[in-house]
Design a protein around this ligand. Structure first.
Ligand code: AHR
Length: 314
């Protein structure tokens, strides 16, 4: 293996601008954790794609903690991997470690989530979804669903991990769309950390504090699924008494959508592995790659979920 080879041949100051001598690549990947069905599918996609591409993968699970991701990245730098990829748990606080990778001439690719670093030379590219657009799609469905109605629509929101790009962007995209009509009121908004258990716990509290909830907007399927348990335990019918919008479209979410418990799901694809490996090879060959690689996604109604479910891979 090439654990001791520099990724960029050492001729240039610019990380990743050189060519590999023997074609063998070691990638260090610092994953967020295993908080959701989406994340499990994302990890599988990355591991399978690395094997298929002949890339040796060093993988770490940060258990949703930034300090663990930073430790993992530092360890990949110390091991002199050829390239580092990671999905930043939160948006801020990465400049120092990214600078360390750059100084070591190890290129970095961001996958899934963005960082808020002003210096975009600290990473080669960012591959993943447009989370603002996902939030907008959720809002647009809601606006259409309540067209022609004048009563107040009480919305509760289960946010993703505080400070993460998907939580920030899905919140703002949704708010931007619904603000045009004052009948939409977000009466409670709290983090459920992208997990089913936290989604259930926070929804229980929402239900206790708010006698009239019309809509739940959950930033991912898992929190929505946890909330469904809380809604049913409170004697209400999810999808009927409370309409539910989620993001991701993993199999469990799509199953609940097909059953009418969720009303609408905005897709966020976790299958980033093949594109990541392809981009890593290009970076290490010194090829020019785009600064931003967007994932293509759609959205699903219950009928569309029924049609898509038999072929759903994750
Ligand atoms: O960053 C993507 C988000 O992270 C997914 O929507 C969520 O399920 C995951 O935990």
């Amino acid at each position: 293996m090439v654990g001791t080879l520099s990724a960029c041949g050492g001729e240039s100051d610019d990380a990743g601008s050189g060519t590999k001598d023997d074609g063998k690549i070691t990638m260090g990947f610092a994953q967020v954790g295993a908080e959701s069905g989406w994340r499990t599918a994302n990890t599988k996609s990355i591991q399978e794609a690395a094997t298929a591409a002949g890339i040796e993968l060093k993988f770490s699970d940060a258990q949703q903690k930034q300090e663990n991701q930073i430790k993992a990245i530092r360890s990949y730098i110390a091991q002199k991997v050829d390239i580092i990829a990671f999905s930043p748990v939160v948006e801020s606080g990465w400049d120092t470690v990214l600078k360390e990778a750059k100084d070591a001439k190890i290129p970095v690719i961001l996958t899934d989530r963005a960082v808020d670093s002003k210096d975009t030379t600290l990473y080669k590219t960012f591959i993943g979804s447009d989370f603002v657009l996902e939030g907008k799609k959720a809002g647009e469905w809601l606006v259409k669903e309540y067209t022609g109605k004048t009563d107040t629509v009480n919305i509760v929101e289960l946010q993703g991990t505080t400070g993460s790009a998907p939580a920030n962007d899905r919140k703002s995209g949704f708010a931007d769309v619904i603000k045009a009509d004052p009948k939409f009121k977000v009466i409670a908004s709290q983090t459920g950390d992208f997990t089913r258990a936290k989604g259930k716990e926070v929804m229980e509290a929402f239900l206790k504090a708010n006698p009239k909830i019309d809509v739940l907007y959950a930033h991912n399927d898992d929190m929505g699924l946890g909330a469904i348990e809380a809604i049913e335990a409170a004697g209400k019918k999810p999808g009927v008494d409370i309409k539910i919008i989620t993001v991701d479209a993993v199999k469990d979410g799509m199953t609940a959508l097909a059953a009418g418990k969720i009303s609408y799901i905005v897709e966020c694809s976790p299958l980033l592995g093949p594109q990541l490996m392809d981009l890593a090879k290009k970076v290490l060959k010194g090829e020019t790659i785009p600064q931003r690689v967007l994932t293509e996604e759609s959205a699903f109604t219950p009928e569309q979920a029924k049609a898509a479910l038999p072929d759903r891979k994750y």
